[in-house]
Design a protein around this ligand. Structure first.
Ligand code: FMN
Length: 219
């Protein structure tokens, strides 16, 4: 590939003209508003979201795609490995995190910033049991984000766990695996508009016990 020439990935002509978001129509409760947009999102994996965490004391940021699995009146729940992954090491040093959803077809973005809290084992176990058997064995087998010598190392771990659990036996949720709830302090609803004059309405609060305040931000 010749990189001498400047690469332009997004034509300037692309416009966001289909929808609008205003103070009159937005729901008073950001969780209700999120739910409404989530249901309307018709992208292929609407629950996929960029999850960012921070490692202190350096303040180094790391992002990855995860899937939103639950939403209740407290926050957004995602599931992962909390023993070896990068996000788990970040969690030990800093509880702040963000989620960024992008729903291309409706030209919408939602940004969530908040505080991570582990969900209890019972809730994680309930979700874990909904996963296919192969994924449950996978969770036990993968030292997520650790360096491994080869693909074979992983396959061997899966093989020995498959033998250990047998064909039909129970596979319980590992202690190192489970849900994290992001309790939001800010939720921004971004609707693409013509000439890049987008609508941005953001709910903010200082902590969980405070009522939400709604602000409009310049695009
Ligand atoms: C579409 C998609 C969905 C994913 N969903 C999850 C998920 O729900 N949980 C998870 O731990 N990793 C998920 N991953 C893998 C993560 O992006 C990442 O590789 C992994 O969590 C390790 O990240 P970390 O070491 O930065 O913590 C997903 C990846 C993609 C592309």
């Amino acid at each position: 590939m010749n990189l001498d020439k400047k690469l332009i990935y997004a034509p300037e002509t692309y416009q966001y003209t289909d929808h609008a978001l205003n103070e009159e129509e937005i729901e008073k409760d950001p969780f209700v508003q999120f739910n409404k947009w989530f249901k309307e999102a018709d992208d292929e994996i609407p629950e996929s979201t960029t999850f960012s965490t921070v490692r202190l004391p350096e303040g180094r940021v790391s992002s990855r795609i995860v899937l939103l699995k639950e939403l209740d009146t407290e926050g957004f729940v995602i599931y992962s490995n909390w023993g070896t992954s990068k996000k788990s090491k970040d969690f030990e040093t800093c509880k702040y995190a963000s989620l960024t959803f992008f729903w291309k077809k409706l030209q919408r973005q939602v940004r969530v910033e908040g505080i991570m809290r582990k969900v209890d084992y019972k809730q994680s176990e309930e979700y874990f049991q909904t996963r296919p058997r192969g994924s449950r064995i996978g969770a036990w087998s993968s030292p997520q984000s650790q360096v491994i010598e080869s693909r074979q190392v992983l396959e061997d771990l899966v093989k020995s766990n498959t033998e250990k659990f047998g064909d039909n036996g129970d596979i319980q949720c590992p202690e190192f695996w489970g849900g994290i709830k992001i309790i939001p302090l800010e939720i921004e609803f971004w609707q693409g508009r013509d000439s890049r004059l987008h609508d941005r309405l953001t709910f903010v609060r200082d902590d969980e016990s405070q009522p939400w305040k709604l602000n409009r931000l310049a695009p």
